[in-house]
Design a protein around this ligand. Structure first.
Ligand code: PLP
Length: 420
């Protein structure tokens, strides 16, 4: 089936009422037929609903639909993008291990990896996404995952999947890409050899800034990379917390299974069924919206590139961008999503431009149908040190735009007025 059909139908089988819209199963728990049924579900002898912290029928449709769009075999929804990223890491790394992360990632991912998980004894080693060969020297036998973004937020770089995957494969290390900005519509990292993708579905997926959410998607046959691999011992030895279950022996997608059985069980960042339902509504129009976000962003990037007050425009969809060959290689029809940033002379000028726009709202979010303007250095990246800001590619004069789906000319006129 084609993508737009999957976006509307995948993962949903109508119930006995023939309900056209996916129902919201707003329930915490589920009745078992009898105690044997309950025991079978807990023992994985049968699959079914137990408790909404672990699974929910509305969330299940969302997970299946998202996995179908991304080209994965399974997915697991989480309460937010940050919980998805944390669980992807926590599913493989423990105290004494290390992970390799691109320097250019969302500010929350930088603080998670550089500070919070450091306190759990997990070390993060950073590489420049523009120079993936740096990864090689960072790898050792305790390296558990390589994490990067397909389009970085907010420096707007594009990852070279082939280069990163080649190094990871050589060492048998899992790769995980945050594909939030590209969405499964513009880029399917699993087709380029990546093992896992994570998303903040709070962005383009919901599409209208309605709900927080996150998701982890797993590629088919990931077990082949994990089984017998000394890096992932805990998948290959009995799990004392789950009556000796050996994950790599279970005939199900084991990465997302372990997030469900161990991490959602113990840490509990599960999505609300209502938010999953909102995400399902968003997915239906995602392919249509991504075309509009991308074409308007390109027109705006071209306008900004020609403006005398703009020093630099970061938009990989521009033919002049050194990142454009990567967009042509990995992204659908060269579309580069709705996120762009541009640099002006000073922090003060950047802030005055953000304050002067009327359609672009000063908000710290991306991927909304409504256009957004952000000054990262004073907001999303405020907690980063000067060194971290530099490494994340966030100078004081940087302005980030999340281009919505309003009329393109109205958006250009708004920016023209604000720039003066
Ligand atoms: N990843 C990226 C690329 C983001 O832009 C964000 C939020 O802006 C996140 C992850 C975190 O997602 P959430 O806000 O849903 O926790």
């Amino acid at each position: 089936m084609h993508e737009q059909t999957l976006a509307v139908h995948a993962g949903y089988e109508k119930d006995a009422q023939g309900t056209m819209a996916v129902p919201i199963y707003q329930s915490t728990a589920y009745e078992f037929r009898d105690t044997e049924h309950a025991a079978n579900l807990f023992a994985l002898k049968e699959l079914g609903n137990i408790y909404t912290r672990l699974m929910n029928p509305t969330t299940d449709v969302f997970e299946k639909r998202f996995a179908a769009l991304e080209g994965g075999v399974a997915a697991i929804g989480t309460a937010s993008g940050m919980s998805a990223i944390f669980y992807a890491i926590a599913n493989v790394a423990e105290a004494g291990d290390n992970i390799i992360v691109a320097k250019q990632v969302y500010g929350g991912t930088t603080t998670l990896t550089g500070h919070t998980i450091k306190r759990f004894g997990i070390e993060t080693r950073y590489f420049d996404v523009r120079n993936p060969s740096e990864i090689e020297a960072l790898v050792d036998e305790r390296t558990k995952i390589i994490l990067f973004e397909s389009i970085t937020n907010p420096s707007i770089d594009v990852a070279d999947f082939d280069a990163i995957v080649a190094i990871a494969e050589k060492h048998g290390i899992l790769t995980c890409v945050d594909n939030t900005v590209a969405t499964p519509v513009l880029c399917k990292p699993i087709e380029h050899g990546v093992d896992l993708s994570v998303h903040s579905t709070s962005k383009y997926t919901t599409g209208q800034g309605l709900a927080l959410g996150g998701i982890i998607v797993e590629r088919e046959n990931l077990v082949e990379k994990i089984k017998g691999n000394a890096r992932y011992d805990h998948f290959n030895t009995p799990d004392a917390s789950y009556h000796g279950l050996v994950y790599s022996d279970v005939p199900l997608p084991i990465f997302t299974l372990r997030v469900r059985l161990a991490l959602l069980r113990d840490l509990g960042g599960a999505p609300s069924p209502f938010n999953s339902w909102l995400h399902i509504q968003g997915l239906e129009t995602l392919p249509l919206r991504m075309k509009q976000h991308s074409s308007s962003a390109l027109a705006i990037a071209e306008f900004l590139e020609a403006h005398p007050k703009v020093k630099k425009v970061n938009y990989p969809g521009l033919k002049s961008s050194d990142q454009n060959p990567l967009v042509q290689k990995y992204f659908k029809e060269g579309m580069a999503s709705g996120l762009l940033s541009f640099e002006v002379e000073s922090k003060e000028l950047a802030q005055s431009i953000a304050d002067a726009t009327e359609i672009f709202a000063v908000v710290v979010n991306i991927g909304d149908s409504k256009s957004i303007i952000t000054h990262p250095a004073s907001t999303t990246h405020q907690q980063l040190s000067a060194k971290e800001l530099e490494e994340a590619g966030v100078p004081g004069g940087l302005v980030r735009l999340s281009v919505g789906i309003e009329d393109t000319q109205d958006l250009i006129d708004d920016l023209a007025k604000a720039l003066g």
